[in-house]
Design a protein around this ligand. Sequence first.
Ligand code: SAM
Length: 222
Amino acid sequence: MLVLNEVEGWLSLEVIELLQDLCKKRPTNSDILEVGTWKGKSAIAMATVLDRDSILHCVDTFIGSQEHQHLYGEVNTLKDFQENLKAWQIENKVRIHIGTSKDVAEHLDDDSLGLIFIDGSHDYADVLQDYQILFPKLKIGGYMAFHDSKWPGVRKVLWEEVFPTKNTGLIKRIEDTTYFQKTPHSYYLIWNLIQLFVEQRKQDLKRYKRKARKKYFRFNEY
Ligand SMILES: C[S@@+](CC[C@H](N)C(=O)[O-])C[C@H]1O[C@@H](n2cnc3c(N)ncnc32)[C@H](O)[C@@H]1O
């Protein structure tokens, strides 16, 4: 049996569940796009819950980000990704785009996507480009999620560009993934930030409860 956790990648179970949840909640019959595919962990998570009429666009240079090249030397993950698609039998749900968000933009209509997942380069200029090029492609009611949102480049784009922007609402965070919905009207920035703050506290509380439970069980073993 195939197990998603065995596909090489960095997504936690919580974030996998989040992506699958956003897939289900996105506007019906809308396509999905991710920037940053690597060997396909996030792509498999989303494509396996995707309806037959929708497509997942996977945008990646497939040569790794700076940190991967630094770690592994020369990288090419395209073949592994294609093999994973075959193994999971989702080749017909995925369209591969070799390049960056800039290369794919002209092939996408405005207001056509229901979910965009950004997990490519984490450099400020690249994240900014991904956001500025792709946000107009998102339908009202659609979701946009940024993985590794505590990385400085990603964080800066979120705080300087995304949070204060029109049509950004209902901002939430799960672990290191910040996501929000494209709303028909502008929310007040302060309201967005209060929501983010509340969400953060809820997660702190969950983490605290989990820790306490672990401690309790360990204590009772003796
Ligand atoms: C962190 S990995 C993606 C992990 C993947 N989402 C997963 O679940 O396993 C980042 C990927 O972004 C790609 N990448 C780096 N810079 C990029 C850029 N400017 N545009 C598109 N992809 C890029 C790299 O080739 C790499 O495969």
